[in-house]
Design a protein around this ligand. Structure first.
Ligand SMILES: [Zn+2]
Ligand SMILES: [Zn+2]
Length: 295
């Protein structure tokens, strides 16, 4: 197993431990707020399993059936994860709505809150470890996993603070209100996850800074050519595809223009591992006087 896969597997185990603690917390307290936190943890478990499956699928090299590789598997798993988060939000809202007119304080509040806090702490420590290891910078699926864990830990802190106030001030209505706030927060998160992944599935362009860097690299390594235009870049998970037209003097030999192409490709591949580049060479009367002008 390669490292991110092993981390993803460990994530599953850790989220199961956290889920166990939070479900027990809900069972002893019958609190709507702790129910919402337990459901959120259940989503975490599913998400962690899916991250594992997605990393495995995305790592498969291109084959004749999928010649562009399998990187989009990671984005598909993010869509499914977001959908599950939205579903959890609906379940929480349903429970909160059914208790808001007959609210009751959590039973066994100290034990319930203690167990819930322990579950939150497990998640927080794991999120911290993932962040420190640096793997989240390389693997979007693990980064999403970590962001989810951080949000979860913050939610847990809010829930515990709110429920403590409810118990101390004898205000049982706070319990379903917290659950509703949790539902709203995770619905927002789930919606954002789905929209981002869908946009990436539609071959979103990379961030502007990266496009600028690519333009500069082409400009500085294309000596002998005149300009590069019609550049298109698309990203899908960890794979990147780049294509453009390279205008060269019409009298240049094929061999010479190919040398320029290889030089540009080499520079780009040093900068972005695994980028797949297609360059279409054109004679000078095809120049558009736009795009990347080579000095
Ligand atoms: Zn052209
Ligand atoms: Zn070649």
């Amino acid at each position: 197993m390669f490292i991110p896969l092993r981390l993803a597997a460990l994530s599953v185990v850790i989220s199961l431990v956290s889920l166990g603690l939070k479900v027990t917390a809900w069972r002893v307290s019958h609190s709507a707020a702790l129910y919402s936190d337990a459901l959120e943890s259940l989503v975490n478990v599913f998400a962690a399993v899916m991250v594992m499956v997605a990393l495995k699928a995305a790592a498969k090299p291109a084959d004749s059936e999928h010649p562009y590789g399998h990187a989009k598997a990671e984005l598909l798993s993010a869509v499914a994860e977001g959908g599950m988060i939205l579903f959890a939000a609906v379940l929480i809202l349903e429970r909160a709505a059914s208790t808001i007119f007959v609210p009751h304080l959590p039973s066994a509040p100290v034990l319930g809150l203690g167990l819930n806090a322990a579950g939150g702490l497990v998640n927080a420590l794991w999120a911290l470890a993932l962040g420190r290891s640096g793997v989240t910078r390389k693997f979007p699926a693990l980064a999403a996993d970590q962001a989810h864990l951080v949000a979860d830990a913050i939610t847990t802190v809010g829930i515990i603070a709110g429920l403590s106030i409810a118990v101390l001030a004898d205000l049982p209505v706070i319990d379903p209100l917290i659950a509703m706030a949790v539902a709203a927060q995770i619905a927002f998160m789930g919606g954002r996850t789905v929209l981002r992944a869908l946009s990436a599935l539609l071959d979103r362009a990379p961030p502007a800074e990266m496009v600028d860097r690519i333009h500069r690299l082409v400009a500085t390594h294309a000596a002998g050519a005149i300009e590069a235009h019609d550049m298109r870049i698309r990203e899908a998970g960890q794979s990147r595809f780049l294509e453009f037209h390279l205008v060269v003097p019409g009298t240049m030999t094929v061999a010479e223009s190919h040398t320029i192409c290889d030089r540009i490709e080499g520079a780009l591949k040093r900068e972005m591992a695994g980028v797949i580049i297609t360059i279409h060479v054109e004679p000078d009367h095809k120049a558009k006087n736009e795009g990347i002008l080579v000095k």
